[in-house]
Design a protein around this ligand. Structure first.
Ligand code: UT7
Length: 326
């Protein structure tokens, strides 16, 4: 059976580090509160002039280098982002130009924090059908530019970054075994950026009302996330006839350490088998899973034949999982 496999991974994090102590000087918060409630200690923030396509470019170059491929070898680019450079052209097209990937079609995919796994789902389907051969899937976000730095309940959570994978067809057992994507638009008001689109086009009023910045009902989102992810992880394993004990690594979206711990507990997985980097980068939305995957690969935590579960939950609402055999 034809399936897609991950040929190489790459990631890029901006150099600027903003610590919890730095945030204590901006809003009424403490390092202890942020650490206890989220697990986050610091996050990366872009420099002036750095946009999502710049982060995506660096992550993609890293993946191409590891794959020993040239940009012209890629025939499709999917960029998962909700903080793209501009409404159009797509960040994927801007990335295609930066890379000089002249043989690639390119489009953006908007599924918030689940965007990268949605991208894997699409790429996997296109590769399985034989329509594409080498697909670059990127998660790239610059959340810092859409963060309300006066809102202590959200500004402590987010960070910037990008992660990328290159997929190609394989007839081997290694590769993407299954992907699962879901949504519930009835809960769209839990996390949103209401202004700047055709619903409330950018105006003096939208800016004064701060509608151009992320709004989140954190506690409600938290409860839905825990419930949904616990079920999603178990279902994904069941659909692949796998027992949690057979899983070598869980790579979750890095939104909140307590959400991740709850998912691991439900699966009966020790935290040693869960990849964490939330303490360093916070929540980077669609970039979080591919950055974590790249770091797990580089750290030697992913070995030949391992079963790996990726999962994410975010705005939309959307949620998604992928079961990989490395
Ligand atoms: O990635 C996409 C999906 N997103 C998520 O999964 C995020 C889900 N939500 C969360 O991670 C958590 O809900 C938060 C970390 C955002 C908040 O944690 P919580 O345990 O749900 O806290 P809460 O919103 O119930 O707030 C508890 C208290 C409130 O004070 P009162 O009303 O009890 O007096 C807040 O005002 O904590 C207060 N608070 C803060 N205090 C210090 C909220 N933010 C802060 C802060 N520093 N930064």
């Amino acid at each position: 059976m034809l399936r897609a496999r991950i040929l190489a991974t790459g990631s890029y994090l901006p150099e600027n580090i903003v610590t919890n102590q730095d945030l204590e000087n901006i809003v009424d918060t403490t390092d202890d509160w942020i650490t206890d409630r989220t697990g986050i200690k610091e996050r990366r923030i872009v420099s002036d002039g750095q946009a999502a396509s710049d982060l995506a470019f660096e992550a993609s170059l890293a993946a191409l280098k590891k794959a020993q491929l040239k940009p012209k070898d890629i025939d499709l680019i999917i960029v998962a982002t909700v903080t793209g450079d501009m409404p159009f052209p797509s960040t994927a097209c801007l990335l295609q130009a930066k890379l000089g990937a002249k043989n690639a079609a390119a489009f953006d995919l908007g599924a918030a924090c689940s965007g990268f796994i949605y991208g894997l789902h699409v790429a996997n389907g296109l590769i399985r059908s034989g329509m594409h051969q080498r697909v670059l899937v990127v998660g790239a976000e610059v959340l810092s530019k859409f963060t309300d730095w006066q809102d202590r309940s959200t500004c402590i959570l987010f960070g910037d970054g990008a992660g990328a994978v290159i997929l190609e067809p394989t007839k081997e057992k290694h590769g993407i075994w299954s992907t699962h994507i879901y949504s519930d638009g009835n809960l769209s008001d839990l996390i949103m950026l209401p202004g700047g689109g055709s619903h409330a086009a950018c105006s003096r009023e939208t800016i004064l009302k701060r509608l151009h910045l992320i709004k989140m009902k954190g506690n409600e989102t938290f409860k839905v996330a825990v419930r949904t992810l616990e079920e999603l992880a178990s279902d994904t394993l069941e659909k692949n006839n796998l027992d949690p004990a057979q899983l070598s690594l869980l790579i979750p979206h890095q939104a909140n350490l307590r959400i991740i711990q709850a998912t691991a507990k439900r699966l009966g997985m020790p935290m040693e088998k869960v990849f964490l980097n939330i303490q360093k980068y916070g929540n980077t939305s669609a970039a979080s899973v591919p950055i974590a995957l790249d770091e797990a690969v580089d750290a030697g935590r992913v070995k030949d034949g391992d079963y790996i579960l990726l999962e994410a939950f975010g705005g939309g609402l959307t949620w998604a999982s992928a079961l990989l055999r490395w």
